[in-house]
Ligand binder design. Structure first.
Ligand code: PMV
Length: 263
C-alpha cells in the first residue's frame, strides 16, 4: 500500500509551465493505492478499470508508468480522496501513489527521482505538457518552491497556514486550459510575457512572506496573482464568486488553484 498527497498551488500556476517558479503545498487528502504481483497488469481507479493493451487512456497512462519503472505485471487498486478536475492534483497524486505501490509490491525502493519519472510518464498521457509541479507536491508533505526542469526545494514556513478550499465547479481539463494560455501567448506574446514576469515577482515575494510568517502579505500577493490569472482568461464567474465569498468571510487572500476554468 502507498499514498500520495493532493495539492494546492498557492501561487504561480500556468506561469510555471513557462519556467516561472511556483509555490505549492501538499494536502492530507490524496490517493491510496494497493498493488500486488499478477499475471496481467491491471488497474482499478474507483469505478474505472483498465488492462494494459485495452486501448483506453487509463491503460495508456498505466502502461507508460510501468514502462518508466521497467516493472513486471502488477494488479493495482487506487482510491481517490479528492475530486478530479478540480485543481487539487488528482492525476499527479494517482501517478505518484501508483508508482510507489508498484515499487513496494516488487520489493524495490521508491526513490524520489524514479517515482517522479513514472508520474511524469503517467501525466504526459493526460496532460501533454506538464510542468511537474503537481507530481513534486504529491510526493512531498510540505510547502515547496518548484521550477520546471530544476525540481523543488522545501520552504520553511514562519507560521502555520490555514487554507479553505472551495469547489467552484464544473470540473475542467488541465490540458485544454494550458493549451488556451499557449494560444493566447502565441497571439499576444508581449502581454502574456508581462503577466508571467508579474507572477515571477509575486512568487519571489510570497516565498519571503511564507518564511517570515507574514500571512496578510501572502494574502495580498495571492489576490494580485488571481488578477493576473483572470487576465489570462483561466478564471470563471464561479471562481470569482468563490473568491469574493472567501474575502467577505475574512480570508486574507483568495485565488483559483491549478488550471482554472472551473474546478
Ligand atoms: O492540473 P491542475 O489543475 O492541478 O493544474 C496544474 C498546474 C498548471 O500550471 C496549470 C499546469 C502545470 O503543468 O503546471
Amino acid at each position: 500500500m502507498a499514498r500520495a498527497n493532493g495539492k494546492v498551488i498557492l501561487l504561480g500556476e500556468h506561469a510555471v509551465v513557462y519556467g516561472v517558479p511556483a509555490i505549492a503545498a501538499g494536502i492530507e487528502r490524496g490517493v491510496e493505492a494497493h498493488a500486488e504481483r499478477a499475471a496481467l497488469a491491471t488497474l482499478v481507479v474507483g469505478e474505472r478499470s483498465a488492462s494494459v493493451g485495452d486501448g483506453s487512456d487509463l491503460a495508456g497512462a498505466f502502461e507508460a508508468l510501468l514502462g518508466a519503472l521497467s516493472a513486471s505485471p502488477v494488479a493495482v487498486r487506487a482510491t481517490l480522496e479528492i475530486p478530479p478536475g478540480s485543481g487539487l492534483g488528482a492525476s499527479a497524486a494517482l501517478g505518484v501513489a501508483i508508482a510507489r505501490s508498484v515499487l513496494s509490491a516488487l520489493g524495490e525502493a521508491a526513490e524520489l527521482p524514479r517515482v517522479l519519472a513514472a508520474a511524469a510518464a503517467w501525466e504526459g498521457v493526460y496532460h501533454g505538457n506538464p510542468s511537474g509541479v503537481d507530481a513534486a507536491a504529491a510526493a512531498d508533505d510540505g510547502c515547496i518552491l518548484f521550477q520546471k526542469g530544476e525540481g523543488s526545494e522545501r520552504i520553511a514556513l514562519g507560521c502555520d497556514l490555514a487554507l479553505a478550499v472551495g469547489i467552484a465547479g464544473p470540473p475542467s481539463s488541465t490540458k485544454l486550459m494550458v493549451e488556451g494560455v499557449a494560444r493566447l501567448h502565441e497571439r499576444r506574446p508581449a502581454i502574456v510575457d508581462k503577466a508571467l514576469e508579474g507572477v515571477r515577482a509575486l512568487v519571489n515575494n510570497a516565498k519571503l512572506c511564507l518564511e517570515a510568517g507574514d500571512v496578510p502579505g501572502l494574502g495580498s500577493l495571492m489576490n494580485y496573482n488571481q488578477m493576473l490569472l483572470s487576465g489570462l482568461f483561466v478564471s470563471t464567474e464561479g471562481i470569482e464568486r468563490c473568491c469574493a465569498l472567501a474575502r467577505e468571510a475574512g480570508a486574507l487572500g483568495a485565488k483559483l488553484t491549478g488550471a482554472g476554468g472551473g474546478g
